[in-house]
Design a protein around this ligand. Structure first.
Ligand code: ATP
Ligand code: MG
Length: 396
């Protein structure tokens, strides 16, 4: 990897134009600099459809792992840069071909500097001829073992034979804010990541019921938020004390409707916090049919109490798919730690699977839930978690 001195970052697939494009690139640039903030010697350069980072001998492995966590990058490559001179280009490409695993190759040049004496095709031919003359390799334009990419600019030319897939999506932060209901389970962290991938910044709300739920359960949610914050730098977590409201629900409404009412209260509280915080949407990890509270009847009955749009990125995914995504995201191992959640503690024996809004409203009339939800909103605790601790673990 030693020769590779510059990272070339592609975001070419975005279709947005004009001001949107400028915002996209500016935010992507910011997000990249932030995730690599602890490498002050990196040097950045931006062109119309690329960002270049000169590595100054920093560790490529860590830079690679970090860049794979930046939404908005379609792909990136570690490149060797040489002077824009045909002999230098040929020599360096030959070296890449000798070191590359494989026997068949293709050369793909792009001439950004139109004053370069050869056009793209001419460069392809000259470089291929050099490799054919000095090695046993063969050209295969359809299915090569390796592809040598050449980007000629006025002063420097960038060479690479590998293309690393980026995370795709949009740079987090360009599309407004969402309040995600973060439970500590497997699903909601995955949902939060999906939402961030659409360019949306996430704040989290968590409902805790101490002393029925433990400090460990609370810490688990903060740890998950810390992992997620890598994608956007920091994350605000609103922790709502849900105990009194939950006890009131059980006292006044009884067993079958308890979960329905509890979730209606969660949505009401989330909506108020979302309004206060300028979040235009609320996100959840709900998946249709997974549990009693996620039948279509339940979703409708719960959703009826808010007018804020709800994003449910996992609505139509299988549990297996969600688990795979959680593994990839790195949240799975933390999510399965066996700490009690407010839902598991008050788990009713016979939850309704087809609740109705009328019945729910009737039961809610039995106590002053409005005052209680308002108190929940007012007395919440807000903690800002940052990704810096997560990053430190990279080095351990
Ligand atoms: P998860 O794995 O995300 O906990 P789940 O499959 O356990 O989801 P539910 O417990 O029915 O499903 O919760 C559905 C969604 O409601 C969660 O994905 C989350 O968005 C929200 N939610 C549930 N419990 C809480 C909580 N204690 N605090 C915040 N949000 C919650
Ligand atoms: Mg849960």
């Amino acid at each position: 990897m030693g020769r590779y001195d510059t990272v070339l970052i592609r975001y070419g697939e975005l279709t947005t134009k004009g001001k949107n494009r400028k915002d996209f690139i500016r935010r992507l640039d910011q997000n990249i600099r932030r995730i690599l903030k602890d490498f002050p010697d990196l040097k950045y350069r931006r062109t119309y459809d690329r960002i270049y980072i000169e590595m100054n001998d920093e560790d490529p492995q860590i830079i690679r792992e970090r860049l794979q966590k930046v939404y908005g990058i379609s792909s990136f490559s570690f490149t060797e840069s040489v002077p824009s001179d045909l002999e230098a280009i040929k020599k360096a490409c030959l070296q890449i071909a000798v070191e590359a695993g494989g026997k068949t190759f293709k050369v793909k040049a792009r001439r950004h500097d139109k004053t370069f004496p050869l056009n793209s095709d001419g460069i392809n031919r000259a470089v291929a001829a050099e490799i054919l003359k000095n090695t046993e390799h063969k050209v295969d334009v359809h299915n090569p073992d390796f592809l040598i990419q050449i980007e000629v600019h006025a002063d420097r030319t960038y060479l690479t034979s590998e293309k690393i897939p980026g995370a795709g999506g949009y740079p987090t932060g360009i599309n407004g804010k969402c309040l995600v209901m973060l439970s500590g389970g497997i699903d909601s962290p995955v949902a939060a990541a999906q939402i961030m991938k659409r360019g949306i910044e996430v704040e989290a709300v968590h409902f805790a019921s101490p002393p029925y739920t433990s400090d460990n359960a609370r810490q688990k949610v903060l740890d998950l938020a810390g992992m997620l914050s890598i994608y956007q730098g920091k994350m605000k977590v609103h922790i709502v004390n849900f105990t009194d409201l939950q006890l009131a629900i059980y006292k006044h409404a009884g067993d079958p409707y308890a979960v329905t009412l509890m979730r209606r209260m969660m949505f009401r509280i989330a909506e108020q916090i979302a309004r206060e915080r300028g979040c235009l949407v609320i996100g959840t990890g709900e998946s249709v049919g997974q549990v009693a509270s996620q039948t279509l009847e339940s979703i409708a009955c719960i959703n009826a109490v808010v007018s804020t749009p709800i994003l449910r990125p996992l609505a139509c995914m299988d549990k297996v798919e969600i688990i795979n995504m959680a593994r990839q995201l790195g949240t799975y191992e933390t999510s399965i730690l066996p700490f009690e959640d407010c839902c598991t503690i008050f788990d009713p024996k016979n939850p309704v699977t087809k609740p109705t809004a009328e019945k729910a409203e009737k039961l809610e009339e039995r106590f002053d839930y409005r005052a209680m939800t308002e108190a929940c909103v007012r007395e919440r605790e807000t903690i800002t978690v940052s990704c810096e601790e997560e990053k430190q673990e990279d080095f351990l």
